[in-house]
Design a protein around this ligand. Structure first.
Ligand SMILES: [Zn+2]
Ligand SMILES: [Zn+2]
Length: 419
């Protein structure tokens, strides 16, 4: 499918970016190891006339294209892949393996579409660089490492992203999700959830399985904590507010007739409102400490924060301006807030700039062709392999062209030609 024409920007053949996407898909790289991807990005940006700097926050790449007076727009793509064994059966499926930071060899797959984001943004750079009469200002593109580790944005900021270059007037980003390809989802206000990862270690006293009276059993303590934590959202958070508490793992013990001396829980919290987040985190601490005390634990539990990323907040006025541009290239709808998380919001917070993040549909539109109601569409969407699934298989077109068109339109909306 040809890309849709944008006023003032010539339609171009995007097949080279489809090839680039397949190449990136076959060569996925884990967070902070995106050396090959970053080199490809840097070469292409330099060839387009961008002022390119590599190695920002590890493997991050920054490109600046100045074209007269006006705003500075930051457009961001993430580059990293996931430790997932691809099972799509696609001809360009990944068979790559890589060592994680702790030396474990794992299969690697672009299961979240960051290869598509990278190909899209390079397409945008080519499009915008090729049409200098249609815009004025500075385009700052950021190819970010390690989004999946929720630390790439933070690391680039800590590495002087805004001191070495400049703080932008707006931060724009897009993420593919299995909405029907051809559509764009965008919601003003809180759009992607805050996420907190917590590790809890409960301390008990070990004993022989036949001598429970000599033990403080951390398995029972963990069971009580797990059940009690189910009431945090159901009993302490109003029905009109949103939060998720998931206990992703519980580990304790080695043998059925040994009472272990500790148990570990991995907890993930999602929230859309800072006040709700504070209440949920406080409730988790309260429940863990109280259950530990109720069991007579020999020492208090440890509660450690593994990661913490704030909500992505789409600034309403900036979102409205951007929606006007996106509506020229695709069918735009408001999907409401999503409970997935993204660290791109940190780029906007650190710059003191408004954030606008939208979703580009990547599921085969044929699947949705006979849908007659919104409910049917939502049910079908729920059946599609989602981001992080080993079966996640975006259709390349029209997804790629819509992404290039959408970001190009948004960038030029924010950087109008000066009269
Ligand atoms: Zn992801
Ligand atoms: Zn992602």
């Amino acid at each position: 499918m040809d890309c849709l024409p944008i006023e003032g920007i010539p339609v171009s053949d995007t097949s080279e970016f489809a090839e680039l996407y397949k190449d990136l898909h076959q060569h996925p790289e884990l967070g902070f190891q995106e050396h090959r991807t970053a080199a490809i990005v840097a070469d292409r940006l330099a060839a387009l006339g961008f002022d390119v700097t590599t190695g920002i926050g590890g493997t991050g790449v920054v490109g600046l294209l100045a074209n007269g007076p006006g705003r500075t727009v930051l457009a961001r793509a993430d580059m990293d892949a996931l430790p997932v064994q691809e099972q799509t059966g696609l001809p360009y499926a990944s068979t790559a393996r890589q060592a994680t930071a702790d030396g474990q060899e794992v299969p690697v797959m672009h299961a979240c579409g960051h290869d598509m984001h990278t190909a899209m943004l390079l397409g945008v750079c080519a499009r915008v660089a090729g049409a200098p009469a249609t815009w004025s200002g500075t385009l700052m593109v950021v190819f970010q490492p390690a989004e999946e580790l929720l630390s790439g944005a933070r690391t680039m900021i800590a590495h002087g992203l805004y001191e070495r270059f400049r703080a932008p007037d707006v931060v724009l980003a897009q993420h593919i999700v299995p909405f029907p390809a051809g559509t764009i989802g965008i919601a003003p206000g809180p759009t992607w959830a805050a996420t907190d990862g917590i590790r809890v270690t409960l301390h008990g006293r070990g004993s022989h399985g036949s001598q429970p009276q000599a033990a403080v059993d951390p398995v029972v303590m963990a069971a009580s904590v797990i059940m009690r934590l189910q009431t945090v959202v159901s009993r302490e958070i109003a029905a009109t507010e949103l939060a998720v508490v998931t206990i992703g793992y519980v580990r304790s013990g080695t043998k059925e007739n040994v009472i272990p001396d500790s148990a570990e829980l991995g907890i993930n919290v999602r929230s859309l409102d800072p006040g709700v987040r504070t209440r949920v985190l406080a409730a988790i601490t309260r429940v863990v400490e109280a259950e530990s005390a109720a069991s007579g634990a020999p020492k208090p539990p440890q509660i450690e924060t593994l990661y913490s990323v704030p909500v992505v907040f789409n600034e309403p006025e900036a979102t409205e301006r951007t929606v006007a541009a996106l509506g020229e290239v695709a069918e735009v709808f408001d999907p409401g807030p999503l409970m997935g998380s993204e660290d791109v919001g940190e780029l906007a917070l650190a710059a003191g700039a408004p954030m606008v993040l939208w979703e580009v549909g990547c599921a085969d539109p044929e699947i949705f062709a006979r849908v007659s109601s919104r409910e049917e569409m939502l049910a079908l969407m729920a059946d599609q392999p989602v981001n992080h699934s080993p079966m996640f298989a975006p259709v390349i077109q029209p997804t790629l062209d819509i992404g290039i068109d959408a970001m190009s339109a948004a960038v030029t909306k924010w950087l109008p030609p000066q009269s």
